[in-house]
Design a protein around this ligand. Structure first.
Ligand code: NAD
Ligand code: DAO
Ligand code: ZN
Length: 369
């Protein structure tokens, strides 16, 4: 079938709106009509060429929501008409990783997903007979996509696509890092580095679990108002404190933070986030994705004296199990998504959303089809 897609032909170039061909679902696969997709910093990162797994030409996008149109042979958990959120972190419930119950990093289709192909090693997308590669197993910058059954979370049918698509990445990543990765306890002091689409959801998660101080750190003063609305109690702009931010934050938290989160992707702020943790127990969780090949550093004594460095992918969420629950939280008014979606545009304007992101003018832009 013909589908409308924003194609990334090469790194560093704007996306091109094209009509491309999409083959129907093969065994274990599902054809989904994408109704809405968010545009995340990670799409921009891959488009920039900094992602070692970035493979061009491809169809980016990993924060979508839509409706099942057709299922391939052997698909049992989904049927035509079901509402779904594609998962770049699938959940097969059968691999060693899923069965361990100690990680959300299902490995069932990891190798092919990283190569931009479906589990059988081929792409469903093409243009003029040449393959266009999938991205993160989701490729939501198209009005139809094909995804493996294990990479689709079935969600309730009354949830608005243009809002809950954000649960496909940013919302779950931020809330989940607080709840499932760091396991922030009530009364804890929390520092969040980076108040973008991820960091604001970390703030929202910290408020949900009853944190005490929720300190936000950002170079952009324009992020302050929104962060306060989501639960931030103190704002720090590193350019305005006149000195090293680590002792400043240790002093503010009277000894260091119980939990910190790096939501930027910068190795310097990763170090600061670790070192402003409380001696003996502070836990720092890295969420930001640093440039390919970059390395983090600190003095080992920081760890010897009890600070812990962790990382979180997709908030530690098990997609098919946890994403429908987060949709319920939204529908029950327990979390705010609406205020974070600052721009809604048609596919033809998708390149504008990257400009808004780079200029710090948007939190989340959503493309509707
Ligand atoms: P964003 O661009 O919306 O937000 C980043 C924020 O950091 C901005 O507000 C910016 O002003 C601020 N910032 C930049 N440099 C800073 C500095 N030196 N000091 C303080 N603040 C600074 O990005 P986002 O969509 O929120 O994504 C954040 C990071 O999370 C990215 O690296 C993204 O790739 C990553 N990410 C990780 C996962 C995961 O599962 N681990 C999932 C999605 C996104
Ligand atoms: O190696 O098993 C694995 C999974 C690697 C992918 C983890 C993705 C999380 C970070 C990327 C940001 C996604 C938007
Ligand atoms: Zn698995």
């Amino acid at each position: 079938m013909d589908v409308r897609a924003a194609v990334a032909f090469e790194a560093g170039k704007p996306l091109s709106i094209e009509t491309v061909q999409l083959e129907g679902p093969r065994a274990g696969e599902v054809l989904v009509e994408i109704k809405a997709t968010g545009v995340c910093h990670t799409d921009a990162y891959t488009l920039s060429g900094a992602d070692s797994e970035g493979k061009f030409p491809c169809i980016l996008g990993h924060e979508g929501a839509g409706i099942v149109v057709d299922v391939g042979p052997g698909v049992t958990s989904l049927k035509k008409g079901d509402h779904v959120i594609p998962l770049y972190t699938p959940e097969c419930r059968q691999c060693e990783y899923c069965l361990s119950q100690r990680t959300n990093l299902c490995q069932a289709i990891r190798e092919t997903q990283g190569r931009g192909v479906m589990p059988d090693g081929t792409s469903r997308f093409s243009l003029n007979g040449k393959p266009i590669w999938h991205y993160m197993g989701t490729s939501t910058f198209a009005n139809y996509t094909v995804a493996p059954e294990i990479a689709l979370a079935k969600i309730r049918e009354d949830a608005p696509f243009e809002k809950v698509c954000y649960i496909g990445c940013g919302v779950t990543t931020g809330l989940g890092a607080v709840i499932w990765t760091a396991k922030v306890h009530p009364g804890a002091n929390v520092v969040v580095f980076g108040l973008g689409g991820i960091g604001l959801n970390v703030i929202q998660g910290a408020r949900m679990v009853g944190a005490n101080m929720i300190i936000g750190v950002d170079l952009n003063n324009g992020r302050r108002e929104m962060a306060e609305k989501f639960g931030m109690t103190h704002f720090v702009n590193p350019k305005e404190i006149g000195g090293d931010i680590v002792p400043y934050l240790v002093e503010l938290t009277k000894g260091g933070a119980d939990y910190t989160f790096e939501c930027i992707g910068n190795i310097n702020t990763m170090r600061q986030a670790l070192e402003c943790c409380h001696k003996g127990w502070g836990i720092s969780t890295i969420i930001g994705v640093a440039p390919s090949g970059a390395e983090i550093s600190t003095r080992p004594f920081q760890l010897v004296t009890g600070r812990v460095w962790k990382g979180s992918a997709f908030g530690g969420a098990r997609g098919r199990t946890d994403v429908p629950k987060i949709v319920d939280w939204y529908m029950d008014g327990k979390i705010n998504i609406d205020d974070l979606i600052t721009h809604v545009v048609p596919l033809e304007q998708i390149n504008d959303t990257f400009d808004l992101m780079h200029e710090g003018k948007s939190i989340r832009s959503v493309v509707t089809f």
